[in-house]
Design a protein around this ligand. Structure first.
Ligand SMILES: Nc1ncnc2c1ncn2[C@@H]1O[C@H](COP(=O)(O)OP(=O)(O)O)[C@@H](O)[C@H]1O
Ligand SMILES: CC(=O)N[C@@H](CCC(=O)OP(=O)(O)O)C(=O)O
Length: 294
């Protein structure tokens, strides 16, 4: 149990961070695998609410990959992934949009609103927030790379931050589903890590936090001592080529690089399974997870 003295010490430690981030934008990508458990979900919501109460401007981009996979299974469809991205045919984009926008987004909005946070749900289609175009997956084969068509998978072409800036000014917390809109009004399924990166860049966010289902990046999964606390851009590119960084970790690392290139302050890949990982990262001196830097 914490004594009164312990509690005071925690507050004293947090105070400089609260001052540092007051009025600043922090983008959080809340991923599917860190969303599965209700108890953990509540803790993430508490963290977001706390950020808001102390004057930070949180912006949430959510995933929902496992939910999409679950719904696809119900209609007898298996999912294939190429370089961490879901192969998305016409039926899959329809289900992905329904699940992300209709189910996951409104659930997060509801959980936050119940905590007194004025959360507003958006998809990339709202007010032209995310203009997208088709993305081909990049597959590494030794020194060679191959581009593969994976259907209605998009990449962000442009972010119109107008709606976000208005909402933030008025004290709302935007909750964004990773669906983009193409030139002809078609929907694109975009990996939520990329969306979070583009939003963090466009808003010149102070930080981008990517929550995931692992402590951070390892050089070798079987060796806990190979944990990487700080990953630099050239190493990151090399590790992707060598397959050290693989699967769902590829979009995350690429997202960090994009956000940094576009002017976001700092990027961190942190363990969403760890209770209160967000406030541990923001309000304490112990760095958790892997920070990706230039
Ligand atoms: N070098 C690495 N270090 C850590 N995780 C890695 C690495 N390479 C691949 N991964 C995988 O990436 C996964 C995270 O991606 P993903 O499951 O898509 O996350 P999320 O659902 O949170 O978006 C980890 O669980 C791990 O299996
Ligand atoms: C193209 C692509 O892969 N899109 C993702 C979008 C959701 C997402 O990113 O969810 P997580 O963050 O939970 O993995 C998908 O279909 O799963």
């Amino acid at each position: 149990m914490f004594t009164a003295e312990d509690k005071a010490a925690i507050l004293v430690e947090a105070l400089p961070y609260i001052q540092q981030f007051y009025g600043k934008t922090i983008v959080i990508k809340y991923g599917g695998n860190a969303m599965i458990n209700d108890d953990l979900k509540e803790k993430v919501m508490q963290d977001i609410a706390l950020m808001k109460y102390v004057g930070i401007r949180p912006v949430i981009v959510h995933g929902g990959g496992p939910d999409i996979t679950g719904f696809l299974k119900k209609v007898g469809k298996e999912s294939d992934f190429v370089a961490g991205l879901r192969v998305t045919d016409e039926e899959t984009i329809e289900i992905a949009e329904m699940v992300l926008d209709g189910k996951v987004n409104s659930e997060i909005v509801n959980l936050l609103n119940r905590r007194g946070v004025r959360a507003v749900g958006l998809s990339g289609k709202d007010a032209g927030l995310i203009k997208a175009r088709k993305k081909l997956a990049t597959v590494y084969e030794g020194e060679d790379t191959k581009k593969v068509d994976i259907g209605y998978v998009g990449e962000v072409e442009q972010v119109d931050t107008g709606i976000l800036e208005d909402l933030l000014k008025q004290g709302y917390v935007p909750i964004i589903a990773p669906i983009g809109v193409g030139d002809n009004g078609e929907s694109y399924n975009i990996n939520a890590d990329y969306v979070a990166a583009e939003i963090a860049g466009a808003l010149q966010a102070e930080k981008l936090l990517l929550l995931t289902d692992i402590e951070g990046i390892y050089k070798d999964f079987n060796d806990k001592s190979s944990f990487i606390s700080t990953l630099h851009l050239p190493e990151a590119k090399q590790y992707i080529k060598e397959g050290i960084i693989a699967g769902g970790m590829i979009p995350k690392v690429e997202a960090c690089l994009t956000a940094l290139e576009q002017g976001a302050g700092k990027t961190h890949i942190i363990d969403g399974r760890l209770a209160h990982s967000i406030i541990l990262e923001i309000f304490t001196s112990r760095g958790i997870g892997t920070q990706v830097v230039r």
